[in-house]
Design a protein around this ligand. Structure first.
Ligand SMILES: [Mg+2]
Length: 166
C-alpha cells in the first residue's frame, strides 16, 4: 500500500478563506507576516473549525479513499500552536477515527517530518507540492476548481484512487 498524506487547511476544511476574512475584518495587514502569525496563534480553533465548511465533500471523499484499501492514509497538517493541534485532532478523531494525524510545526517543512520518497502528498499549497517532488515524493495539488497549474491537480480527493494501480 502506498503512503498517502492529505493536507488539512484548504483541502479538508476551508479554514484559510474563513480566517483571512476575519483577518481583514480585524484590520490586520495580510502582508504583515508577524501579525498574521500572531492571529493564528490566538485564534479559537474549535470555533473556526465549527464555523468552516468542508471542501468538496472532503470527509466522505477520504472515507472512499480508505474503503479502496489502496493507501495508508494520514492527515499531514501544519500547526501554529498546541491549541490548533488539539482542535484539529479532536475534529478528525470524531470524523475519521481510522486515520492517523501528523501535526507539523509551521516553521518546519512537511518533508522533514515524514519521508516523502514514493509517498503521495495532496496539498493546496504549490510550495509544499514542489518541495515534496524535490524529495522524490509524488505531489498532487488540490484545487477547488481546475487551475491548470504546473502540478497534477485534483478537485475531489477520491480522484486519487484511480491515479494509482496499487
Ligand atoms: Mg493547505
Amino acid at each position: 500500500m502506498k503512503q498517502l498524506y492529505i493536507d488539512f487547511d484548504g483541502v479538508i476544511l476551508d479554514t484559510m478563506t474563513k480566517s483571512y476574512e476575519e483577518i481583514e475584518k480585524a484590520g490586520i495587514d495580510k502582508k504583515d507576516q508577524d501579525a498574521v502569525m500572531e492571529y493564528f496563534r490566538n485564534v479559537n480553533w474549535d470555533k473556526l473549525i465549527k464555523e468552516t465548511d468542508e471542501i468538496n465533500d472532503s470527509i466522505n471523499e477520504i472515507k472512499k479513499i480508505c474503503a479502496s484499501k489502496k493507501f495508508n492514509v494520514y492527515i499531514l497538517t501544519h500547526i501554529n500552536s498546541t491549541k490548533e493541534m488539539i482542535a484539529k485532532i479532536k475534529y478528525l478523531h470524531k470524523k475519521l477515527p481510522q486515520v492517523t494525524i501528523v501535526s507539523v510545526p509551521k516553521q518546519v517543512p512537511k518533508t522533514e517530518v515524514v519521508n516523502p520518497a514514493s509517498a503521495i502528498l495532496i496539498d493546496d499549497y504549490s510550495g509544499n507540492v514542489k518541495q515534496w517532488q524535490k524529495k522524490l515524493g509524488i505531489g498532487i495539488k488540490f484545487v477547488k476548481e481546475e487551475e491548470n497549474s504546473d502540478y497534477p491537480e485534483i478537485t475531489r480527493l477520491s480522484e486519487v484512487i484511480d491515479m494509482f494501480n496499487q
